[in-house]
Design a protein around this ligand. Sequence first.
Ligand SMILES: Cc1cc2nc3c(=O)[nH]c(=O)nc-3n(C[C@H](O)[C@H](O)[C@H](O)COP(=O)(O)OP(=O)(O)OC[C@H]3O[C@@H](n4cnc5c(N)ncnc54)[C@H](O)[C@@H]3O)c2cc1C
Length: 417
Amino acid sequence: MESYDVIVCGGGAAGIGAAVGAAQSGARVALLERYGFLGGAATNSQVLSYCGFYQCDARGDRAIGGVGYQVLLELAKLGENIQPHLSELTGNRIILLDPEKLKYALDQVVLSHRVELFLHTTLVDVKKQGSHLEVIDLVGLFQQRSLSGTAFVDATGNGQLAKFVGLPCILNQQEQPLQSMSLPIRLGGLAKYLIIDREAIKVAVELYNRQAVHPIPRQDGGVFMRVPNSNDWLWMIVDLGLNDVQEELVTKAEWLGRKIAHDLVEVLRAEVAGFENCHIVNTGPQIGIRQAWCPEAQYALKREDLQIGRKFDSGIARAAWPMEDHSKPGKPSYHPIGGAGYGLIPLESLSTKIPHLWLAGRTIGADAAAYGSIRVMGTSFATGQAAGVAAALFAQQGEPPQSHQVIADLKAQSALV
Ligand SMILES: Cc1cc2nc3c(=O)[nH]c(=O)nc-3n(C[C@H](O)[C@H](O)[C@H](O)COP(=O)(O)OP(=O)(O)OC[C@H]3O[C@@H](n4cnc5c(N)ncnc54)[C@H](O)[C@@H]3O)c2cc1C
């Protein structure tokens, strides 16, 4: 059986940050991902904008360096515009993404750091010696295999590794309902210089709602973003509020989301000038799941921490995205980060009671409000990188590192802390 210093489960922003961070700290790293490409929600759910890279206050400073910024520079090498774009609806700063350029850029970044990449590889179980996690079991396209590791990072977005290991996991819905799922719709067949007439879109959605069994809760026509390097537009309008993540419910969300998308687009074609020939280019590969299982971390970041932009001494990453609340399907609300426009996420939000297992990305410890900030992809690169560095240091010294050691390595890797 192959053996690694650090095994990272999940190849989204957090897993990429973790794998490259650990490799830069000298570890032999395996990164596994169940799809045939990296990127997580950006490439599997068409979430085609990076949030969290820039502060959303008047200063607008960059909040993410390190691996996340390496990815942006790789995109720039491919001719992509990596300057922040001011969102028309919210005034927040985002970076627009071409999914195919992104997949390619992520491959380049990961492979250039000699990370051993396993695509089409799903974590299905673990083996423990007593309570000590030693081996993970994987299913690939053509075979099953196991890998052994010294330290592990759960970057699955849904706490799968932590659940297998037996860490307590909750759905974090005591304070407010789960953040709704959304099905971004990529629309093609549109004119090159189309200007979105929001009033006409609102009227069309009202018309759809009059006859719909599943009406759209958003009153504002949703979010439209042009997909870079194309005449296609991404339309975020289909939200589905679910209070659990059982397979049956997620299955229904997938087919119902597609039905709503299909029916809505028929109304656009009939009612809105410029949309006569539009069609759905893509809705997948999967519905966007904002929130799932959250494993227990040593510290859950709190709303109050971000409201004052708290700077923990053990801070390993900046949370700069406003606390975005999607607990009611429809238009989200945003609650600003205080202080200097960002708060620091402490290492304790990544560490667990299992000394060689770290959390990264949207599974780190956070209450429901803080979760609305830390889950975005810019921030996920940064918490991932910190988790990877901590895991690599564990593999070197055989015990969990102190926060100052992690911070020193992160600074050496150009991360912003
Ligand atoms: C509809 C929607 C809109 C959003 N809008 C934005 C936005 O505009 N900008 C932004 O920055 N963020 C946005 N977010 C939030 C953001 O996309 C996620 O919170 C973010 O992707 C978290 O990164 P991650 O790496 O932790 O998880 P993910 O991106 O979910 O990555 C987890 C990875 O792990 C893999 N995986 C899971 N289980 C296994 C397993 N058992 N074995 C192997 N691999 C596994 C998955 O395939 C996936 O690639 C949005 C989310 C949704 C759902």
